[in-house]
Design a protein. Structure first.
Length: 598
């Protein structure tokens, strides 16, 4: 039986991550980076597509798990009739660019517990069966560019390419298992001391988390979200991936299955805010620098997403040999939305640098030249239809949110001149800003519905319209804004949570529907705070917190009818929304007001 998404925990080291199931199986692992081909891929297929299980062989009476405070070190404790055992899973931070490690320490806590190990290596997303060789440490596996050295302190046997072991752990004893990835053309890596690595890893995470300046009511949730966000950060570049996984479905059994192991520009400003308002200025600086490097080049070549190193070619491929999570096909790697024309990203980039200046990040000498070039390009293109924020695969349209973000681009350009002394044709930018504003208010607002709509001339609503007061396009108490927020709350709401939109194959080009979008639900919290509806805002916020799994993790979406999380997991944008909404509730509207104010 396939585990629910909530049953998984994230472990990582700011280079890559793994998902560990509550049953003791690591079902998803990519090395050496987030977007590398998976080594364990049973999450999207079968056990034969790779996994690593360590768990009691006797009946488990009770399972408890937790993260060690402010870390991504996972402890899963199993209780059987014979005793209690814990499996401690973590990934040490690399000291060598050609080495990644995953450590599992089995710790006897009471009595004597019989354990089993089941290990299946598959490289290239469950397709390639590696050669296995025994050595004095345990064994090593290799195929193509990938090599794995396994250090196992127990006897084991192989059946084809499957490794099995039965062993006993007694109270007070510990058995460390180490998996080391390395390029197959390099010498076998030398194992490190796993207990020293555990101590160093725990110290590093706690020292990092101690920088958090948030002191509000929801500190535990905020810190856990920040740790998750850090775990989804690729340290060498500062890029933050949208999620740790690919192809976890937005609808169980459906086709809305996408690869989210890349960095989206649409998330940029909210991510920057979440880091800055909680005291993580270095991470915010590194994220901004990643963005500047990624967008460098001709403005017409700006993409909506990039690889963690700034890579541009993210071509989408379907993996036919994988059955998909709960038979949700196809399984995709890469993302063909990457070359889409989305006009909102120009406003997002402008806003990132505006926020960075406003909040005192050291300015970058090249940033303003890049921005002016983009503004010149956008001046010629802003009236064109695009694919919109939600990356529809249907026809291009004049999406209202896209036009609003074009307004943001010129609004922030004017502020750069007026507030920060930048050079540029500010009169022309003011005229463009006002023209776009009039255009949106005339064509994006439906007077019959008394609300802004998804696209010009349409009747459908879209949760991205919740951005209107959050980015300063119109005040939160403007009648049109209040009506739009109320309409979204009435029509795009399931069990108190917000859908992105009502799925329409004629618009988004895809069959089927999806769950409620967690980030959009946090945007509703922010709007309710701005409108002074604090009781409603806090009630929705607490409801959203209740959707987290037992470890405090959120996926992209939630399916109220099935009462389960859906979509890729854990989702950075969901946790960014949590952080920012906690601050809005704790500090009278920031950053919901702070992003847009003068």
């Amino acid at each position: 039986m396939t585990a629910r998404i909530e049953d998984y925990a994230l472990i990582g080291n700011t280079y890559t991550t793994a998902l560990v199931c509550k049953n003791g199986s690591i079902d998803w692992l990519c090395m050496p980076r987030f977007d590398s081909p998976a080594i364990f891929c049973s999450l999207l297929g079968t056990l034969d597509n790779g996994r690593w299980l360590i768990a009691p062989s006797d009946k488990i009476r009770r399972t408890r798990r937790r993260y060690r405070d402010s870390t991504l070190i996972l402890e899963t404790e199993y209780e059987t009739d014979e005793g209690v055992v814990a499996v401690i899973d973590f990934m040490p931070r690399p000291t060598d660019r050609d080495r990644r490690e995953l450590v599992r320490i089995v710790e006897g806590r009471r009595g004597k517990v019989h354990m089993r190990l089941d290990l299946v290596f598959r490289f290239d997303y469950g397709l390639v069966v590696p050669w296995l060789r025994r050595d004095e440490c345990g064994l090593h596996a290799f195929a193509g560019p990938d090599g794995i050295r396994m250090c196992m302190p127990v006897e084991f046997e192989g059946e084809g390419s499957r490794i099995r072991s039965e062993f006993v752990i007694e109270a007070g004893k510990s058995l460390p298992f180490r998996m080391i990835w390395y390029p197959s053309y390099r010498p076998l890596p030398t194992p490190s001391d796993p207990f020293r690595e555990l101590e160093e890893t725990e110290s590093w995470w706690r020292n990092w988390a101690d920088q958090c300046t948030y002191r509000g009511k929801w500190k535990e949730a905020v810190v856990r979200s920040l740790v998750t966000l850090k775990g989804l950060t690729y340290s060498p570049t500062g890029g933050i991936v949208a999620a740790a996984t690919t192809s976890l479905p937005e609808k169980i059994g459906g086709v809305r299955n996408w690869d989210y192991r890349y960095c989206w520009l649409r998330d940029a400003t909210f991510t920057l805010y979440s880091l800055l308002v909680t005291g993580f200025r270095q991470e915010a600086m590194e994220w901004r620098e990643w963005l500047l490097r990624a967008v460098a080049g001709k403005p017409e070549q700006l993409q909506i997403m990039y690889g963690v190193g700034g890579e541009r070619r993210l071509h989408e491929v379907e993996l036919s040999w994988l059955s998909g999570y709960e038979e949700s096909r196809p399984v995709r790697i890469g993302n063909d939305a990457h070359p889409q024309m989305q006009l909102d990203v120009y406003g997002e980039v402008m806003d990132v640098f505006h926020v960075a200046r406003k909040m005192g990040l050291h300015p970058h000498d090249e940033a303003w030249d890049v921005q002016k070039t983009m503004l010149d390009f956008l001046e010629q293109r802003w009236e064109e239809p695009d694919e919109g924020l939600w990356e529809v695969r249907g026809p291009k349209r004049d999406f209202t949110h896209s036009k609003i973000l074009c307004w943001v681009a010129y609004d922030r350009a004017v502020k750069a001149v007026e507030r920060f002394g930048k050079d540029g044709p500010v009169d022309r930018w003011r005229m463009l800003r006002d023209r776009i504003h009039r255009d949106v208010c005339k064509k994006g607002y439906n007077p019959d519905r008394k609300a802004f709509t998804w696209f010009y001339g349409g009747h459908q609503l879209d949760a991205s319209l919740l951005m209107i007061p959050l980015i300063g396009f119109l005040p939160h108490d403007d009648e049109r804004v209040v009506n739009t927020v109320n309409a979204i709350k009435d029509e795009l709401c399931e069990d108190g949570l917000i859908l992105r939109y009502t799925p329409d194959e004629n618009v988004d080009g895809l069959p089927g529907d999806e769950g409620t979008f967690i980030a959009c639900s946090f945007w509703m919290v922010d709007n309710l705070v701005l409108q002074g509806r604090r009781e409603e805002a806090e009630e929705l916020f607490e409801h959203l917190l209740s959707l987290r799994n037992d470890l405090g993790l959120l996926a992209e979406e939630y399916e109220p009818r099935l009462k389960r999380q859906v979509g890729n997991f854990p989702q950075a944008f969901s946790h960014v929304g949590l952080i920012n909404s906690a601050h809005n509730l704790s500090s009278g509207g920031e950053p919901a007001k702070g992003r847009a104010c003068e």
